[in-house]
Design a protein around this ligand. Structure first.
Ligand code: KG4
Ligand code: ZN
Length: 340
């Protein structure tokens, strides 16, 4: 009974995964709500929690079937219980608690960010200590990671997350949600050139990220170029694809430069780091990955990033964390609650 069922419902993905302490990940089922939220240009919390409720049973069954097992083979049930959208977290946690109570299983609450931090281990053995750059729609931070479950946040964002900057600028120039992949597509076809030189960090030496200023800078630059009507909040170059490509490519350059600036500072503070990992939805971005790869090569650091399906939200990464917590005997009680 060394198998774990992990459930992820922190935002807009319903995920369930089965992990075996000897064989590793056995299944990883996911329902993405992206199409439900697209027309609103972002995640609508009420829609998200209702959809989790609708899908959770199916997704858990799917994960069990894919792993060729039943609940009888499961020893521990884990659920992401922090941080995230309250209504969404509650669906996953209550489902897990109900299963644990009626089937007499152990339960573990998982930190979504810890799951991202260790997601690289699903495919690679990363040497400790290492620096982990986490960039998603809700979070942007750098951690120094000493061991499983032992890590310290050394840089964080003062305002928006990097993924949020991609999503908000994409919305400004009439690209669909989520903006990151759309921006990457356009930037690729503009050969990743930097046309508009948007501002980077105000203080290169600081370990604080800030992306809301970048979004505002893009907005005012669009207005200055006659591409945006500030009064009516309207983008005026809807059909001008070459212009949109320039904005996308310039934004991508600014964000990747900001990441490199902060990684440089982090490495100065933690020169014992042996590797860098790049995780979270934004780590799907090939251009940013190539920039970090160059940064690491220059410093003889190893570089790791998960496959795209382990970068964006998934239950497999939560299952991995649950496995080492179970081995450390770190179980929770059934009165476990969400933390947002
Ligand atoms: O980790 P994730 O799936 O969910 C959160 O925990 O937020 O990350 C979603 C974020 C979105 O902001 C999305 O625009 C961004 O990741 N993203 C990307 C790319 N693919 C997804 N950003 C830049 N380039 C990409 N290729
Ligand atoms: Zn996430």
């Amino acid at each position: 009974m060394n198998k774990i069922l992990a459930i992820e419902t922190s935002c807009d993905e319903t995920g369930a995964a089965i992990y075996d302490s000897e064989e590793g990940i056995l299944s990883n089922a996911l329902f993405s709500q992206v199409d439900l939220h697209k027309k609103y240009g972002g995640v609508v919390p009420e829609i998200a929690s209702r959809s989790h409720l609708e899908k959770i049973n199916l997704i858990v069954q799917h994960a069990l079937d894919d792993a060729h097992c039943t609940l009888d083979n499961i020893g521990t049930i884990a659920a992401v219980n922090r941080p995230g959208l309250p209504g969404s977290l509650l669906v996953g946690l209550c489902f897990a608690k109900a299963l644990a109570a009626c089937k007499d299983k152990k339960i573990i609450g998982i930190d979504h960010l810890e799951a991202h931090i260790f997601s690289t281990f699903l495919e690679h053995d990363v040497p400790f200590p290492y620096l982990c750059l986490t960039a998603s729609g809700g979070h942007t931070a750098i951690y120094i990671v000493y061991d499983f479950g032992k890590y310290k946040r050394i840089a964080e964002t003062l305002d928006d997350a990097a993924g949020e900057a991609f999503d908000k600028v994409a919305k400004l120039i009439d690209l669909p949600y989520p903006g990151g992949p759309e921006i990457e597509k356009l930037a690729t076809s503009a050969d990743y050139q930097d046309f508009f030189n948007y501002p980077r960090s105000k203080s290169k030496k600081s370990l604080k990220f800030s992306f809301s200023g970048l979004k505002t800078a893009v907005l005012y630059d669009l207005a200055r170029q006659g591409a945006y009507d500030l009064k009516n909040k309207k983008f005026l170059k809807k059909d001008d694809l070459p212009f949109k490509k320039k904005v996308a490519s310039s934004l991508l350059n600014a964000i990747s430069d900001i990441f490199i600036e902060k990684l440089k500072e982090a490495y100065k503070k933690y020169p014992d780091a042996k590797a860098v990992t790049f995780v979270g939805g934004v780590a799907c971005n090939k251009f940013i990955r190539s920039k970090i790869e160059i940064f690491c090569k220059k410093r003889k650091l190893q570089f790791f990033y998960p496959s795209p399906h382990y970068c964006t939200d998934n239950a497999a990464m939560a299952a991995f964390v649950a496995n080492y917590k179970a081995q450390q005997n770190k179980f929770d009680d059934l009165d476990l609650d969400i933390l947002t």
